[in-house]
Design a protein around this ligand. Sequence first.
Ligand SMILES: C[S@@+](CC[C@H](N)C(=O)[O-])C[C@H]1O[C@@H](n2cnc3c(N)ncnc32)[C@H](O)[C@@H]1O
Length: 259
Amino acid sequence: MTGLFVSDCIELMAKMEKDVIDLTVTSPPYDNLRNYNGYEFNFENVARQLYRITKIGGVVVWVVGDKINGGRTLTSFRQGLFFQEIGFCMHDVMIYQKKNTPFMRSNAYTNCYEYMFVLSKGKPKTFNPVKMETVRNGFEMLTHNKLPDGINKKVRKELKKEKNKTNIWTYAVGLGGTTSDKIAFDHPAVFPEKLAQDHILSWSNEGDLVFDPMVGSGTTCKMALLNNRKYLGIDISEEYIEIAKQRLEMVKQKQGLFA
Ligand SMILES: C[S@@+](CC[C@H](N)C(=O)[O-])C[C@H]1O[C@@H](n2cnc3c(N)ncnc32)[C@H](O)[C@@H]1O
């Protein structure tokens, strides 16, 4: 099953075979922070279905933040613990840091991050680490004191040009950062295309099936398509699926032009 569908994700997931999804990259409604055309979702049922349809070794990336209302709700932590209870391994707790943060709090520091829970069903079957440039690279005289007399010896060595990224990922947000697709901003909570892409590259291979049960403006599916993965996206809102379809159509048209 591939493509984009309007449905309550719990209902559609319940109709799917078990162990079919390689990777899910998704972001649920955070508490009742935004009103997505009045729709709500049942977290525990979503989590159980996600576990059932994920392949052994498959990964779910759950991008989540808490409502700040006086203090933090910590709903994200409760969700993380529930995922563990039903069998997922909390493979990593990563941070999505926003480079530009418009919202200010008068009595606390400006919040600039969300969590990215990397959940796996067993051990992740795929890890293609995204790389970053090292600060020091090229040839340098490095000190070694391996000699028995304790005298330091300088050796010319090449330092690596790149290393694995850390688990804090920083992205610019807004038009041109999150995406350049103006139409995406008809949805109130789009995550950055680059965030979806970095996870897709890390935890899946070409030809794998990438899923988003709450696909909103279609970011995960767009980046799956651009990176030669199959995609499946669901949203309860017809309006949002229409936006997602238009964004994917733009990609397909461009790919057709350059084919
Ligand atoms: C945070 S947004 C996802 C945004 C998306 N990551 C993007 O980049 O556009 C959450 C989405 O969940 C959808 N949603 C809420 N309840 C749902 C349900 N029961 N089934 C499917 N989608 C649901 C909302 O309509 C909303 O579009």
